[in-house]
Design a protein around this ligand. Sequence first.
Ligand code: SF4
Length: 371
Amino acid sequence: MVLKFVDEYRDGKLANQYAEKIANLATRPWKIMEICGGQTHSIVKYGIDQLLSPLVTLIHGPGCPVCVTPQSIIDLAIQLASTPGVIFCSFGDMLRVPGSSKDLLTAKAEGAQVRMVYSPLDALQLACDNPDRQVVFFAVGFETTAPANAMAVYQAKKQGIHNFSLLVSQVLVPPGVESILSASYHSPHESIHGLLAPGHVCTIVGYREYENLSCKYKIPIVVTGFEPADILQGIAMCIAQLEQGRAVTENQYTRAVNRKGNQQAKAIIAEIFEVVPQVWRGLGRIPASGLKLSLAYRAWDAEYRFSLRAESEEVKSECISGSILQGVKKPYECSEFGRNCYPEHPLGAPMVSSEGACAAYYHYRRGSQKE
Ligand code: SF4
C-alpha cells in the first residue's frame, strides 16, 4: 500500500477491501486489543469494529494517559494550584479530570492559579516572566510527551531558572501492556489473542520491547497507526499471524516508526528521568512503569520542592474505569454511561479525555442499539 495523503488513509473503498481481507483470513474467534486511545477514537468514530467479521472482536486498552493518571496526583495538582505564589500550568485535557473532591477547573473557579498552556516551554517562559512566582507544569503523558518535558527541565537548569518545576505523572506503555498481557496469559477466560501497539509511542522508543513481549506471551503484536486504513491493515496483519500460528512483532506504521526509535528523544529522556514504579488509575501500581526526575534534576521536581506526598487513596465510586481500561467491559456496560456521566459531567477520566473510551462511545455511539 503506497499512500501519500491523509484522505487516502480514510478511503471507504480501501477500508472495505481490508475488512474483506480480514473476513477471508479469520476462521475462528479472535480478540485483538488496541492499546492507544487515539486508535480507540478512530475505531469508534469510523465504525471500524462494525465493519469487521463477527469472528474478530476489538478490545479497548488503557492507552490514554489522561485516563490512567491517578486521582492522588490530581489532588496534588489542586493542592499546588491553591498554594499562594504558585502558578500551575497544564494542558487543557487535564483540567476536568476528577480528583477525590474536585477538578482543576473547579479549583480555578474558586481562585486557584491555573493556566492552560500548549507546551512545557510556554510554562518555562511564564517562569522567566514571573521571577517572583513559582511556576509548576503538569507533566503528564506517555513516552510521547516525555522528551518535551525533559527538554524544559534541561533548559531550566542550563539557564539557571529556579522558579520552574514539574509535577510528574509520566507513564511507560510497555510495562502497562505487560501487566495486561500477563493477566490475560494466565486467565483461561479473558484471553487477548493479538495486540495493536501504539504507533506514536513507538516513534519515540521503537519496538524492541514489544518483540520481547511477543516472545514471552506468545502473542502477535503489530505497531499500528491511527487512520482507518492503518488500523484495518494492522488488524489484518495480526489475524494473518494468528491463523498461521506465528507470534512476532511487526510494524504496520513504517512511515513513522523504526525498530530503534528516536535516539535523540531517548537520550534526553534518559538524561533527565529515571524509571520508577507508577500507579495507573484503574490498574494499580505497576513496577518500572513510570518516570520521575533523576537525582541531578530533583531541584526541578515539584513534589520535592514543595515537600508533597500523594496521600489520598483512589476513591471508590460508581465509575468502573478500571474494567474499561483493562478492556474487560465496554463503556455502555457502565450503569452511569450517558445517565449521570457525560462529557460535561464526567464521573471518571475515560469520559474526560477525547481519547477516553467512554467519551468516544458517548460522542459516536450514544443511543445506538448495536453498540
Ligand atoms: S461512563 Fe463514566 S462512570 Fe462509567 S466507566 Fe466511563 S467514566 Fe466511569
